[in-house]
Design a protein around this ligand. Structure first.
Ligand SMILES: Cc1ncc(COP(=O)(O)O)c(C=O)c1O
Length: 380
C-alpha cells in the first residue's frame, strides 16, 4: 500500500474563491466584482524594460535576493517612506505570497501558533498550515475591524510565535488605527512575538492618518517583517514580484527559506522593477477613489452600506446577512446565478455574514454590476 502524503497539505481545502469563480464562469455574462487584482495593464514604460533586459542577455541565474541595483533602489524607496532597511536586509520574492510563506517557514516549529485578525486574506491561514503551524483567529468584525488589546492578549499562549496584520486590509479596505497598531506592539513586546506587516496596499490609501506598523514602532525592528509587492500599486500581479525587509538576523533565516524554495525572481524583471519604483501610481489611485465613492453611493441607496467606510485598497465589505437575513455563502451564490454579479463570501476570509465587493472593473461594468446587485437585493 502506498504511504500517505503529508497530512497538513492533504487537509488544505481549495480556496472558496475558486468555487465562486467557477460559478461565475459557468453563468458566462457575470460582472466580476469578485476580483482581487487591478483591471489596468502594467504601465508600458515598465513592461518595455523587460524587452531591453532580454536584449542585454539578462537570462542567467541572478543573485538569490535580487540584484544589488534593485535592492538599493528598494532601500531608497523604503527610506522615502520613512523605513530604514539596508539593501542587505531586503530580498525580492515571487510576490508577497512567497514572502509570507518563506517568513512562516523560517519562523514556525510544528504546532507554533500565529494570530490572524480576521477577516483576512485567505493565504495567511493556508500558509501557516503548510508550514505546520496553527492559525489562531481574532475576530475583529464586531469591533469595527480594529484590534482590541484585551482580546488579542487573551489569545496568546506559550505556543504563540507571531501576529500577521494587513492595513489597508483585504477584504475590508479599512485602516488599522493607532490604538490597534499600539495594541499589537504592546503584546508583541511583552510576549516576544514577531509581527508580520503585510503592507501590499500601502500605496492605495485614500485618507490621512495611515499608520504603518514598522513606521510607528521602529523600536520593534528586531521582530518586524515588512512585506510588500509590485502587484497592486503598479498593476503587476502577473509578474510575481514582491519583497520582504527585516532586521539582519531574521532576514538571514527568511532568505534561506527563499533560496531553497524559489531561488530567485526572474533576472529580466529586475530592471523593470526599478522602473516601477520610479513610477507614480497616483493616476490609478485617483480612479480607484472615484470608483469607491461611486460604489458607496450605490450601496447607500440599496441599504447595504459597510459599517466602516473603506479608506484604502479596492474592496468594500458588505454586511449582507445583517441586511438581508441570508447566509453570505448563499447570498453570493444566488447573486451570481440570479443576478449575474460576482462577490466573494465572507467565509473565504474567516468571517461569515459579509460579502467582499471589489471595484477592479471599468466604470460601465461597475455601474451595471451595482444595478444588478440592487435589483437582486430588492427582489429578495
Ligand atoms: C493582503 C494581500 N497580501 C498578499 C497578496 C499577494 O500578493 P502578491 O501578488 O504580491 O503575491 C494579496 C493578493 O491579493 C493580498 O490581498
Amino acid at each position: 500500500m502506498l504511504r500517505p502524503l503529508n497530512t497538513a497539505v492533504c487537509q488544505l481545502q481549495p480556496s472558496g474563491i475558486r468555487r465562486i469563480n467557477m460559478l461565475a464562469a459557468r453563468r458566462g455574462d457575470c460582472i466580476p466584482l469578485a476580483l482581487g487584482e487591478p483591471d489596468f495593464d502594467t504601465p508600458r514604460a515598465i513592461s518595455d524594460e523587460v524587452v531591453a533586459a532580454l536584449d542585454r542577455g539578462e537570462t542567467h541565474y541572478p543573485p538569490n535576493n535580487g540584484t544589488r541595483e534593485l535592492r538599493s533602489a528598494l532601500s531608497s524607496y523604503m527610506e522615502q517612506q520613512g523605513l530604514a532597511y539596508k539593501p542587505e536586509e531586503i530580498a525580492l520574492t515571487a510576490g508577497a505570497t512567497e514572502a509570507i510563506t518563506a517568513t512562516f517557514l523560517a519562523m514556525l516549529e510544528p504546532g507554533d501558533e500565529v494570530i490572524i485578525p480576521v477577516p483576512a486574506f485567505t493565504l495567511y491561514e493556508a500558509s501557516v498550515r503548510l508550514c505546520r503551524g496553527v492559525p489562531v483567529l481574532l475576530d475583529t468584525s464586531r469591533n469595527g475591524f480594529q484590534i482590541d488589546e484585551a482580546s488579542l492578549r487573551a489569545l496568546v499562549t506559550d505556543a504563540t510565535k507571531a501576529i500577521i496584520i494587513c492595513t489597508p486590509g483585504n477584504p475590508t479596505g479599512c485602516l488599522l488605527d493607532a490604538a490597534s497598531i499600539d495594541a499589537i506592539a504592546a503584546v508583541a513586546q511583552e510576549f516576544g512575538l514577531y509581527v508580520i506587516a503585510d503592507d501590499v496596499y500601502n500605496r492605495l490609501v485614500y485618507t490621512d492618518g495611515y499608520e504603518r506598523f514598522a513606521l510607528r514602532h521602529p523600536e520593534l525592528r528586531d521582530r518586524t517583517v515588512v512585506i510588500d509587492s509590485f502587484s497592486k500599486p503598479w498593476a503587476m500581479t502577473g509578474w510575481r514580484l514582491g519583497w520582504f525587509a527585516a532586521d539582519a538576523p531574521v532576514f538571514a533565516q527568511i532568505a534561506k527559506a527563499h533560496q531553497y524554495t524559489i531561488s530567485s525572481v526572474p533576472a529580466f524583471t529586475m530592471s523593470a522593477a526599478i522602473r516601477a519604483l520610479k513610477t507614480d501610481p497616483a493616476p490609478m489611485l485617483d480612479i480607484y477613489r472615484a470608483r469607491r465613492d461611486r460604489v458607496l453611493r450605490a450601496l447607500d441607496t440599496m441599504g447595504l452600506s459597510p459599517a466602516v467606510v473603506p479608506q484604502g485598497a479596492f474592496y468594500v465589505f458588505l454586511p449582507v446577512t445583517e441586511v438581508t437575513g441570508i447566509d453570505s455563502q448563499e447570498f453570493c451564490e444566488r447573486a451570481i446565478e440570479e443576478a449575474g454579479v460576482g462577490l466573494v463570501p465572507g467565509e473565504c476570509f474567516g468571517t461569515p455574514g459579509f460579502a467582499r465587493l471589489s471595484y477592479c472593473v471599468a466604470d460601465d461594468a461597475l455601474d451595471e454590476g451595482l444595478r444588478r446587485l440592487e435589483r437582486f437585493v430588492r427582489g429578495l
